[in-house]
Write a protein that binds this ligand. Structure first.
Ligand code: PLP
Length: 295
């Protein structure tokens, strides 16, 4: 077995990993140089939260994974049920109560040429322990954001491995002293670098339509269903930064941070009702905790 040197401590070597059809040690160097994910970013991925040993919103994740694969004409080479069983086995092997499952599917191992090779796709997966309490502060107190031009491609609903615009926007935000960036395309807010975004005006919740300009987040999907089921008016409509700055509430939605208030944009206070008792954000946070108890 060959292994690569740890970059930063040894935590990344822990957990469960699966690649090239078998469970392997996370540090084992099993991805060949000519894997198309490595050469072209030619593949898709998902991140699933595990709480109390059980995956959260797994059906939504599986559905999106299949949609992403079909959208880029990527062979699955296994049934969705087989994939689901593999994820469950990996979680069980890890023995972790709170964790993240990351899995990606690449177009496989082939000589570097742009055209699709007719070969099996390559699935890799890790299960890593997650300290959920690390996000308590952000969920409670909120985020200080900046905003930037959304320079991504036109198929953002695909959970593609190509995250360069997202990581660049995130790093630029951090370098400027903010926690993250809101992305704006053609004058309208789309989402953030790794979360969807919603605003509340009066009793109505607004979020960008689930079209090709945003990732169709599973947390967003959970939120919209919950809000509509409880009679809240939700409008999947575009909004501008000006509208965001004047909204009653502003918050993010994502698998890892769940629901987090946005409290400042470029140093200006926003969403002065977001953190109030009984706000939409607080209702969503409670609803999420409740569903965690029932999975
Ligand atoms: C660009 C982007 N938007 C939204 C989300 C939130 O999606 P989900 O709720 O499925 O985690 C993510 C999550 O990684 C993301 O990368």
């Amino acid at each position: 077995m060959s292994s690569i040197e740890p970059m930063n401590g040894t935590e990344w070597q822990e957990g469960v990993a699966y690649a090239r059809g078998r469970f392997v040690a996370p540090a084992e160097a099993v991805i060949p140089i000519d894997d198309r994910a490595h050469q072209f970013g030619d593949g898709i991925y998902e991140v699933i939260r595990v709480i109390g040993g059980r995956p959260l919103l797994m059906d939504y994740h599986m559905e999106r994974f299949e949609t992403s694969a079909n959208a880029i004409k990527l062979r699955l080479d296994r049934s969705m049920e087989e994939l689901r069983q593999l994820v469950l086995e990996a979680i069980s092997r890890s023995g972790y109560s709170d964790a993240q499952v990351y899995f990606q599917l690449s177009r496989g191992l082939a000589r570097r040429e742009h055209a699709f090779p007719n070969i099996p796709s390559h699935l890799s997966l890790t299960v890593r322990k997650m300290d959920d309490s690390a996000f308590d502060g952000v969920r409670e107190h909120g985020l200080s954001m900046t905003w930037t031009d959304d320079i991504r491609w036109k198929l953002c609903y695909i959970k593609s491995l190509n995250l360069l615009p997202n990581v660049m926007a995130k790093q630029a935000a951090l370098d400027a002293g903010y926690q993250d960036a809101i992305l704006v395309r053609d004058g309208f807010v789309t989402e953030c670098t790794s979360s969807n975004i919603a605003i509340v005006k009066g009793q109505t919740v607004y979020t960008h339509p689930a079209n090709e300009r945003v990732l169709h987040g599973v947390t967003r999907r959970f939120a919209l269903k919950y809000l509509r089921d409880t009679g809240v008016e939700v409008r999947e409509e575009m909004f501008t930064m000006e509208e965001l700055m004047q909204a009653d509430e502003v918050f993010t939605m994502s698998t890892i941070t769940e629901f987090a208030p946005i409290v400042k944009v470029n140093g200006f206070d926003v969403g002065n009702k977001t953190k109030s008792k009984g706000s939409m954000l607080r209702q969503l946070q409670s609803a999420y905790q409740l569903q965690i108890k029932h999975i």
